[in-house]
Design a binder for this molecule. Structure first.
Ligand code: ADP
Ligand code: MG
Length: 704
């Protein structure tokens, strides 16, 4: 089958080199396998005949109307209409009612061929005429011969392009290619999944699945074909990720860290609050890794404010106790500084040495820091991406924490490993962007995942409300009340690259109108166009409560911690993504006072915008929100990774196929555990397919 699958489509009868080249350019199809895996994106259900009365009672977005339907009956009263747009109309009747047929082209053909008193089978997607009546435009028409029901099947519909269509490779053209190809491969398809998995999950064979994904005999077998192919797709991705992990663990090993003396000292004497159970569990996960002899690669997910920082700090103490260094990297200078200030207070209590290294650290100071890092005087280094540069080397780095960078992929992680020449440091990636489980399993399939699913006790739920522009005065009134209580306020404006100039003007106009509405109130502004220095200064002023209102773009999105800020106003909220809204909202609700999030929107909200706003008002659970975001936006968009091979799925859907993914992951996990090199005879299909996939990809290096 390896050979069959890799054959060039040019070898198919009737294609030839030109069309083959086009298929490659337009759809990336060059082999038999590519073509077979160019699955239909939908099917027209021609297995049953609907009636006009069904159609007339169906709503315009019922599946019957939106995906097309088949009718059987007679065509009467064909006539040409010259008034307005020239067209042919006729009535179609089937004994349950009548509906109008319309043609705007091919008049001669229609007039010549359409006959009264002939039973026709027609297929069409209803539309609304300008006067709001349902009509069928350019229906497909077939004469019913002796009641022979050859048309009763599912018709696959394939993606094609304008260029392909001009070369007879529209959906129908592809149908005919698939038919030819399937005829050939009938005999040759090797099963790619072991028999015991087929039985366990009641999956049909690959041969059956390929045949039925293109030409299903009925809905039931179509579902089975889809399930089988989805399982296979997800299974091999998981197998690949878990295999990677296994290779990494085997190759790298990890240093043991088990000294709890420093940890206990801090925990028993200095910890400013009681940890939540979720925090405790994560610390246990991490400690288990430290004493396992394997290198840790762990993702820590926890909603904004769930207390990830202290978890990281406590874990660091285990490493430091053995005279080994730790690093924590933040995405922005502001955040790095904030960590530095927090850690500094803690570290003093334990007499540890901490330093901050960012892009704007002065040369002299930097040299001093690098020296202390290299000689092992520094226990903790906190910084931005500057930490990754070549000049930064450690005496012995044991633990690298990466904060708020959930897109830190395999390749970037590999870079960290160079920071210790002797052994691979343990790695913890923290994120407040809750990633739906299915996505995490796929994108981070080679990581272990811990989750902090609860907030510290006593936090009040942030009250979220949605208002239109006409409510602005009342919103301002409310802000005044909060300000008079001594609280602080964020006002956030969108700044989208595509419309940066306009957005920037809006921000400035907003700043001015707020200045006018709140005379005498100190107001700050931060945006991406400011240099880091002035931006930092503004942030510090707000942190120190020298300004009461901070007007900003999304630069304040991550990490900022000002417990006295209790109101977040988000302007043009419909223009933000759901996860982003959630992140922004997380800037308030950090203290003990009741906090508020006010979403201001335009009157005109589209369906998605509306769904987002409603979700925000309804829930503050980050995971719930991310699940919905996945549905609204799709996985590639959600991760900002449309191009990523990992998420480029041909048939599975991470927002709807969670169950299949779980099963695939579990199967892959078991196999890697019990038969990591697929030598067992039962796993021969896996051995063959895995080897084929690896050689096709030129090794797995491209993932991540
Ligand atoms: P995030 O997970 O968003 O990074 P932080 O680590 O910044 O959250 O914690 C948010 C705030 O909650 C901080 O002020 C922190 O000191 C506090 N905090 C963390 N854990 C607890 C806890 N168990 N009880 C009370 N407050 C906590
Ligand atoms: Mg944080």
């Amino acid at each position: 089958m390896e050979i069959f699958f890799s054959r060039n489509v040019a070898l198919l009868p009737e294609i030839g080199p030109d069309k083959a080249q086009l298929l490659k350019e337009e759809l990336g199809i060059s082999t038999y396998e590519d073509l077979l895996k160019h699955y239909p994106f939908r099917y027209e259900d021609r297995t049953c005949i609907s009636t006009i009365s069904d159609l007339n009672t169906a709503g315009i977005d019922s599946p019957l109307v939106s995906s097309g339907l088949q009718l059987q009956g007679y065509i009467v009263n064909l006539r040409k209409i010259e008034k307005g747009k020239k067209r042919l109309v006729a009535l179609f009747e089937d004994g349950t009612g009548q509906i109008e047929l319309t043609w705007f082209q091919n008049f001669t053909w229609v007039i010549k061929n359409i006959k009264p008193n002939v039973l026709y089978n027609i297929w069409s997607k209803p539309s609304l005429s300008f006067n709001g009546q349902k009509q069928l435009v350019h229906p497909e028409i077939k004469i019913v011969v002796n009641n022979q029901q050859e048309t009763f099947s599912y018709i696959p519909i394939y993606h094609s392009t304008e260029k392909l269509k001009r070369n007879r490779l529209d959906s129908r053209g592809i149908v005919s290619l698939q038919k030819k190809l399937l005829k050939q491969c009938n005999m040759i398809v090797h099963e790619t999944l072991p028999y015991y998995l087929l039985t366990k999950y009641r999956l049909i064979t690959l041969g059956e699945a390929l045949k039925n994904i293109h030409f299903p005999a009925n809905k039931g077998i179509l579902r089975q074909a889809q399930r089988r192919l989805k399982f296979e797709e997800l299974f091999y991705i998981q197998l690949k990720l878990l295999k990677l992990k296994q290779i990494r663990v085997e190759k790298q090993g990890g240093k043991l860290f088990r000294d709890l003396s420093l940890f206990n000292e801090f925990y028993n004497r200095h910890l400013p609050f009681t940890l939540t159970n979720a925090q405790k569990n994560v610390i246990k996960d991490i400690y288990r890794d430290f004493v396992s002899g394997k290198q840790m690669n762990r993702l820590l997910q926890g909603d904004v404010g769930s207390g990830k920082t202290i978890v990281a700090f406590l874990a660091m103490l285990v490493i430091i106790a053995e005279n080994t260094q730790v690093a924590i990297m933040a995405p922005t200078e502001i955040l790095a500084k904030q960590h530095f200030h927090r850690f500094y207070t803690f570290a003093e209590l334990l007499q540890l040495n901490v330093a901050l290294l960012t892009g704007s650290t002065k040369k002299k100071e930097k040299e001093h820091i690098l020296y202390r890092l290299k000689t092992g005087i520094l226990n903790i280094i906190i910084g931005t991406h500057a930490l990754l540069s070549d000049g930064v080397s450690f005496k012995e780095l044991g633990f690298f924490v990466i904060d708020e960078q959930h897109r830190f992929g395999v390749a970037q992680r590999a870079g960290l490993l160079n920071k210790n020449q002797i052994y691979a440091p343990h790695i913890l990636i923290m994120t407040a962007t809750p990633i739906p489980r299915t996505l995490a399993m796929t994108f981070y399939g080679d990581l272990d995942i811990s989750t902090i699913g609860e907030l510290p006790a006593g936090r009040k739920r942030i009250k979220t409300q949605h208002y239109y522009e006409n409510f602005r005065l009342k919103v301002f009134q409310f802000l005044k009340e909060q300000l008079s209580l001594g609280r602080q306020v964020y006002v956030v404006y969108p700044l989208i690259e595509e419309s940066a100039v306009l957005d920037y003007n809006n921000l400035m106009a907003g700043y001015e109108s707020i200045s006018r509405a709140f005379p005498g109130v100190p107001i700050g502004i931060v945006h991406g166009k400011m240099d880091t220095l002035s931006r930092d200064m503004e942030m510090r002023r707000f942190e120190k409560n020298e300004t009461s209102i901070l007007v900003a773009t999304t630069v304040i999105e991550v990490g900022i911690n000002v417990p006295n800020a209790t109101v977040m106003v988000i302007e043009s909220a419909e223009r933000f993504g759901l996860s982003q809204l959630h992140q922004l909202r997380g800037r308030v609700g950090r203290g003990s006072e009741q906090s508020y999030c006010i979403l201001m929107t335009d009157y005109k909200l589209n369906k998605i915008g509306k769904a987002r706003i409603e979700t925000m008002v309804k829930t503050d659970n980050g995971f719930e929100i991310s699940e919905l975001d996945l549905k609204l936006r799709g996985p590639g968009d959600l991760m900002g990774l449309q191009q990523s091979g990992v998420l480029n799925l041909k048939i599975a859907n991470l927002s709807t196929d969670a169950n299949i993914l779980e099963a695939a992951r579990e199967s892959a996990r078991k196999i890697i555990q019990e038969d990591p090199d697929f030598h067992h005879s039962d796993n021969l299909p896996i051995y063959r397919e895995y080897t084929r996939l690896v050689s096709k990809a030129g090794g797995w290096s491209m993932i991540g």
